[in-house]
Each structure stands twice: as C-alpha cells, then as structure tokens.
Design a binder for this molecule. Structure first.
Ligand code: HEC
Length: 485
C-alpha cells in the first residue's frame, strides 16, 4: 500500500527503476534538485509545496521538526515521506541546506554598516570610527599582542614576528632567531601572546606549525619530480626578546613525532593565561575520529602550567594512556579562546564543517563531539552524520548555519565603549564580519554584526587602550575601532 501511495508522489525519475539515479552518492544540492525542486521550486521559493525562504515553518521551526516533516511527509497534503528512500544523514544534510538558503534569503537586503576609514559607523550600542593601525608591509598577519611599553607584536603566518613601535610604526625588520616554522597550508607562525607577568619575566609565547620537510626523491608515475613532503603539527614555545633577537627559548608543548603529518589544515592554536596555567588548542589536522581518542593529540584543548608542566588535577591524569595535558576533546578547529572577565569561564569558537561553526563553553574533561555529532555537513554537500546531540557530548552555546568561519574572539573589557562592556567579539573570515555577542548566564542573548566587508577577519583583540583591534587577511591590514566623537 505504502509503495503505491509513494509512487504517486515520487518524481518520475525515481519511479522508472532502471533509470533511477544513485541517491547515495549525491551531494545535497543535487538531492534537492532531483527530489524536491519539482514541488518546492529550484530556487526554493515554493510551488505545489511551500517556500523555504520566508522564515515560516508550518510544522515547527526547529531542525528536529523540519527533519520529521521530511522523514514522515504528509501524504494527504501532498508532501512525500522520504523515510526508507533517504538516509537520516541525507535528510540531515537537506535540513542544513534549507537553513542555509533561508538565512541567506532573510539577510539579503538588510543594510549592514559598511565601514570606511574616518566615517562614523552606527551600531546598536555604540558608534565608532575606524583608524588604520598598519596599512601595508604585513603578510598574512595572524595575531596581535600588546607589550606594556606601548609596543605591539604581530605574527605573520609565513614565519615572521614583527614589532610595531609605541608611536605606531611597523619595524621593517622581523625579530631574528624565532623558531623555524613549516609554512604549509594553513600552518606557519600563528599565535603570539605576552605572559601576564611579562614585566617581571619577559616571556613571550608562540604557537607554530613545528616539524620538518622530507626531500622529495625520484619521480611519480607521470615522470614529474616528487615534491618535498611536510611533517608538521602545532607546537607551543616561549622565549624572550633582547636587542631584536629571540633568546632563552623553551618548548612548552610538542606532540610525539608519530603525530606529525602532511596535512595542511586545522592547526587550531590561540592561548589563554589564567592563574598560572596556559590553555591552548591543537586542531584536528583533518584527523576525524582521532579527535575522540585521548592518546592522540589532535582536536584537543590543553591546560598546562605556563612553564609546560602537567597539572596533577587535569581530567585525564588517571587514564594510563591518555595525553595528560588534555583539558577537553572532540574539537575540530577552534581558533578563538578567551575568558569571560565576569566569572572566568572559558569560551572557544570552532570552525565547523559547512553549517556547523560553534561557540563552546569549555568545561573540564568534556567531549565536544566532533565528528560524532555536528550541526554541519561536508563542504561539498555530502553528509557527515545525522546526529546533532548525544548523551555525554556537549552542545554548543550557539552555532552558525550557514557557516561564517569563526576565528579569533575576545571579551571586551575596556572603558572606551561602555555599551560593549563584557560583550564577546567574534571574527568571521569567510563572512568578513565582526559579530558582537552578549552573553548572560552562559547563553547568547544578543547577536549583532558590527563590521562587514572590510576584509577577511583573522582576529579581534581587546586593546589595553580600550579600542577594539581587528586583523584582516586580504587586505593584510590592522585597524582599530575608536568611539565616534
Ligand atoms: C510531490 C510534491 C513534493 C515533493 C516532491 C516534496 N515536497 Fe515537501 N511539501 C510538499 C507539500 C505540498 C508540503 C506542504 C504539506 C503540508 O502543508 O503539511 C510540503 C512540505 C514540506 C516541508 C514542511 C514545510 C513547513 O512549512 O513546515 C518540508 C520541510 C519539505 N516539504 C521538505 C521537502 C524536501 C526536503 C523534499 C525533497 C527531499 C520535498 N519536500 C519534496 C510537497 C512536496
């Protein structure tokens, strides 16, 4: 009976069994086009079935509701049930796809403040103007740190550490003798951070892609010379700067050699200092299930004493085989980390796959679920999993569909913008945005785009002068937001 009923609603291409396309390998946009477009229109604007672009959901507007409608359909009203035809993973990808398109449609035409130098930009709580900090001379700036004497340090991903003088000039000469980095894919010199007691101890910390190049020997099948192969993973190192030289170097954390790999993606990084500890991130390096393995360093947030020693009260010290520095696991590629100045809780932004960027509250020993649960799917539209939650795995504080590519984040602690006090600022590389999030009781209660389309945002930094610094990649510039007069 069911199959008969189904046949009335299935697109013709599926009924002629011998011609039916293989759904299992289809990417999400193709699935939509093949199975849904006939009733909901190719541009999702609706036809025989309703539009997906108007923000209205007759059968409930949560992802779970939409999932159920697709699964069970509504034969009497003409909506095909897809149970048994599509897998849960495929239905989940369709939900993400509908959400992406809905969000795009709903934000279209909304005017975001397009900032320009010198022009006043108005936002909900504060008006600002933009001042240029470094206009030219930088190559892929990654992080910015402030020295107590007014100088600033900037890391450049290809491997240089640069100094901006107290009067704002970029020194053309990088610091000499900084550790060699493997500049490969997304890796290189990434984080730079100044120890909170820098005035007493002079320590500066760097997050780098450490490793070596293996010389390419011989030729491949086509007779082309084999390329050199990278072996790399994120490492943490500290040192001091004397007379423009990197000196007194000490390694804080390095992975076992067997985990160094040729992958050019997901290095993580970012440091936070708190009460004698350093927290830092090692990205998943494309490792997928390795992330769930406590004997593997990838996809973890770590806590060590700031000299590299392992604290005895870390969550996995009693697990014989676990890496003892691990604080939390199940991460993909977190590139933002900061402490809430009000209660000391630790937040992290994490690059998800397509549709699964997350803001997480980092709790000792917790598992953040990658790749077992996620709100996203693969970039190419094939599914990862249908699961968005599971017992024993943390839910994000919030997540972004479509993805914005969340990178650096900082709580604002300054006085120059009183309306932004204690708000969280998150940069978005792909969306070229800075977002302001207001967090109350560990929940997001406001979210606002305060800057858009100036460039790809790498990091947002709360400056000691109370101004909000923003680092861009393409153009490779640093600006700061100052209150509008
Ligand atoms: C034969 C036509 C037809 C096809 C094919 C079809 N739908 Fe529908 N769909 C409908 C109709 C009609 C409704 C409205 C049913 C109702 O009012 O309950 C609907 C409703 C829905 C809803 C609920 C919307 C809301 O407001 O709650 C979702 C979600 C949905 N369809 C998704 C899909 C997806 C995804 C596909 C492809 C896998 C698909 N549909 C294929 C006809 C179709």
């Amino acid at each position: 009976m069911k199959s008969l009923l189904l046949a009335t609603f299935l697109p013709a291409c599926l009924i002629a069994a011998d011609e039916s396309p293989d759904l299992s390998k289809m990417k999400v946009d193709k699935l939509y086009e093949t199975l849904c477009a006939s009733c909901h229109a190719a541009d999702l604007s609706g036809g025989q079935g309703p539009s997906f672009l108007d923000g209205e959901w007759k059968h409930g507007d949560t992802d779970a509701d939409i999932f159920q409608t697709i699964l069970k359909g509504n034969i009497s009203l003409g909506m095909t049930p897809w149970e048994g035809i599509l897998t849960d993973e495929q239905i989940r990808s369709l939900v993400i796809f509908l959400r992406e398109k809905e969000k795009e449609a709903l934000t279209k035409g909304i005017e975001f403040p397009k900032p320009e130098l010198g022009k006043v930009s108005k936002t909900e709580k504060e008006d600002y103007t933009i001042e240029m900090v470094v206009e030219e001379g930088l190559k892929i700036p990654w992080a910015l740190a402030f020295l107590p004497d007014g100088r600033k340090l900037v890391s450049e991903r290809p491997g240089r550490l640069r100094v901006i003088s107290a009067d704002g000039k970029l020194d053309p000469k990088p610091i000499e003798g900084t550790p060699k980095v493997i500049s490969h894919g997304q890796g290189g010199l990434m984080e730079v951070a100044v120890h909170p007691d820098y005035e007493k101890n002079g320590w500066i910390y760097l997050g780098i892609s450490d490793g070596w190049w293996e010389k390419g020997e011989g030729t491949d099948k086509k007779g082309k010379k084999n390329k050199d192969k990278a072996h790399t993973i994120t490492a943490v190192v500290r040192g001091r700067i004397k007379d423009h030289q990197w000196v007194d170097q000490e390694w804080i954390w390095k992975a076992d050699k067997k985990f160094y790999s040729g992958s050019g993606v997901h290095f993580g990084t970012r440091f936070v200092f708190d009460q004698g500890y350093i927290y830092f991130v090692i990205g998943e390096r494309g490792g997928m299930m390795e992330v769930q393995d406590l004997t593997n360093p990838k996809g973890k947030i770590y806590r060590l004493f700031d000299d590299g020693r392992e604290p005895k009260d870390n969550p996995f010290v009693d697990n014989k085989d676990a890496i003892k520095g691990i604080w939390t696991y199940g991460h993909r590629n977190p590139q933002g980390l900061d402490l809430d100045p009000r209660d000391g809780s630790l937040y992290s932004t994490e690059h998800g796959p397509r549709g699964g960027d997350e803001l997480n509250l980092i709790r000792k020993g917790a598992n953040y679920g990658w790749p077992v649960i996620t709100y996203g799917m693969n970039y190419n539209g094939t599914p990862i999993t249908s699961e968005t939650s599971k017992e024993g795995m943390e839910q994000p504080v919030t997540y972004w569909t479509p993805s914005i590519a969340v990178c650096g984040l900082d709580f604002y602690t300054g006085d120059a913008f009183p309306g932004w006090k204690n708000d969280l600022f998150a940069g978005a590389l792909a969306k070229k945005e800075v977002r302001r999030l207001r967090i109350e009781d560990q929940k997001v209660v406001e979210e606002e785009v305060i800057l858009k389309d100036f460039g790809r945002v790498r990091d947002v930094v709360d400056g000691p002068d109370g101004f909000l610094y923003v680092i861009f990649n393409g153009p490779d510039q640093i600006i700061r937001l100052v209150p509008a007069k």
